[in-house]
Design a binder for this molecule. Structure first.
Ligand code: NAP
Ligand code: MG
Length: 492
């Protein structure tokens, strides 16, 4: 597809109550191509009035017979139809994502679009499988009366879905697919850096036949549109993916309002190589764990722990991979790593690398930005041979920056891996099942991979321990996130 042709067709309004609309204020904000720094478009800057309109539409849709009382098989059918439409628009959606987010076009097709279709289909299946239970009760008041109860899972109501910029389309689908399968209606707020595919997703849902108001998109800023959405009294459930910092603000507000909330937050995931692991496999695995999506992955393997005897071989091998990666536009087939999402984020990542260097980290590869208009940061490997308390070991960078540390025994490496405020992901690399299981058992993380990293699937629960979040997405566990249990008690 020609980029110029695509640019002529970009949709930049919000999608509320079945139609594209401008912001109430008429204001817009710019979105950029991170590979060149060029402005792509001006997008509607939604604020509290727009949020009120979107939540109002979602509430009306929730209360109408057209949605909540729709037979589950019809909801399933609509989600399957949306999956087909997403696939049919693969090139368009993937090109929009690469243009606006910077990732490789092949990854946009396979992961953003292909992954979204898979998630929609898996979640569509749940629409017809939500069930309760029947319970024989023991207490008898007055004596002689028996009771039997049944439980129903009923949709939570209007869901506010707030997503980040690292996988814009896929993260939106991770929220909307299960919420819609459960019979909720949704107001989605994409990240201000990457709103374009969310708008198209809502249009495609409309085309698939979802009733108006069931899926609304408000584009805008976190502090205005996002905050108004979280606070709106007609929102029953907030589902958020983003930074731990913003997660704390949203969690506190939801606590105040007694609102249901799920939080998928940051990470500082350890990659633990055991001494039996083939160094070539460790090098390839660790490089993929950190450099995939340019390190902008919440589960990125950003802390590497290597047996001391193999430290220089493995760290040197990863540095050689980093040095060899070709940086460029995601549309160029030779490119192996694209830019970071924004100039602000690039500057933040470069600042964190400089801080790591100043604190005594040894830069063995990369170490800064690529001069030019695009937001490129060189893939960076930092050796921390004396295990200094670098901020790079503690803080999430969310960029292509690996910090590597040697260790001497298993107890030491488990303690080091767990000494983080985060607990999202971890991986262990070994051929010995018993040792793999020992690590799995002792690591504090929502997902532990053995001989892989960053693998996710619609059927596998995903979420964080500790400051990495509250709740789980995907799998059967997701039904709890978007439904309430209603007990019905019968006397006989
Ligand atoms: P962010 O600043 O926390 O933003 C995430 C979303 O929240 C954006 O849509 C943002 O809007 C909105 N937001 C910001 N302030 C808000 C507020 N006060 N009230 C309501 N909404 C608000 O995160 P980001 O910089 O976009 O993404 C990177 C972070 O996300 C990383 O820390 C990463 O670890 C985390 N992440 C976690 C997961 C996971 O599954 N655990 C997945 C991906 C990313 P604006 O865009 O307008 O700021
Ligand atoms: Mg932000």
């Amino acid at each position: 597809m020609q980029i110029r042709q695509l640019l002529a067709n970009i949709h930049t309004q919000m999608f509320i109550d079945g139609q594209l609309v401008s912001a109430h204020s008429g204001k817009t904000f710019a979105v950029y191509d991170p590979s060149s720094g060029a402005e792509i478009a001006q997008v509607a800057d939604g604020e509290s009035e727009d949020v009120a309109a979107a939540v109002g539409a979602a509430r009306r849709a929730f209360e109408s017979d057209a949605w909540r009382r729709m037979p589950p098989a019809q909801r399933e059918h609509l989600l399957l139809k949306l999956a087909d439409l997403v696939e049919a628009h693969c090139d368009e959606l993937a090109a929009l994502e690469t243009l606006n987010q910077g990732k490789l076009f092949g990854f946009s097709k396979m992961l953003e679009v292909g992954g979204s279709a898979q998630w929609l289909r898996y979640m569509a299946g749940w629409a017809t499988k939500i069930e309760g239970s029947t319970i024989d009760l023991s207490l008898a008041f007055p004596p002689g009366v028996r009771y039997q109860a049944s439980t129903r899972r009923v949709p939570a109501g209007v869901v506010a879905a707030i997503v980040p910029w690292n996988f814009p389309l896929l993260m939106a689908v991770w929220k909307i697919a299960p919420a819609l399968a459960c019979g909720c209606t949704v107001v989605l707020k994409p990240a201000e850096e990457t709103p374009l595919t969310a708008i198209r997703l809502a249009e495609l849902a409309h085309e698939a036949g979802f009733p108006k108001g069931v899926l609304n998109v408000v584009t805008g800023r976190g502090e205005t549109a996002g905050a108004a959405l979280v606070r709106h009294p007609d929102v029953s459930k907030v589902t958020f993916t983003g930074s731990t910092e913003v997660g704390r603000i949203i969690g506190a507000q939801c606590g105040q309002d007694i609102k249901r909330v799920s939080l998928e937050l940051g990470g500082k995931s350890p990659v633990i190589v055991l001494d039996d692991c083939d160094p070539r496999k460790a090098i390839e695995g660790a490089a993929n764990a950190i450099f995939f999506n340019h390190g902008q992955v919440c589960t990125a393997g950003s802390r590497l722990y290597v047996p001391r005897a193999k430290f220089s071989e493995i760290v040197g091998g990863i540095a050689a991979v980093a040095d060899s990666l070709v940086l460029g536009s995601g549309f160029d087939e030779r490119t192996q790593m694209g830019p970071l999402v924004s100039a602000r984020h690039r500057d933040r990542v470069v600042g964190m690398i400089a801080e790591g260097r100043a604190q005594g980290g040894e830069i063995v590869s990369g170490g800064g930005a690529v001069p030019g208009d695009g937001y490129f940061v060189k893939p960076t490997v930092v050796a921390n041979e004396h295990c200094k308390p670098l901020s790079l070991v503690r803080d999430e960078v969310f960029g292509p920056v690996l910090v590597a540390m040697p260790y001497d025994d298993l107890d030491e490496v488990i303690a080091a891996a767990n000494s983080s405020e985060y607990g999202l992901g971890a991986s262990v690399w070994t051929n010995q099942l018993d040792r793999a299981l020992q690590v799995v058992d002792r690591i504090e993380a929502g997902t532990v991979w053995v001989n892989s990293h960053n693998m996710v699937d619609p059927a596998m629960p995903f979420g964080g321990f500790k400051s990495s979040g509250v709740g789980r997405e995907h799998g059967k566990a997701i039904i709890d996130a978007y439904t309430e249990t209603k007990s019905v008690c019968f006397a006989y």
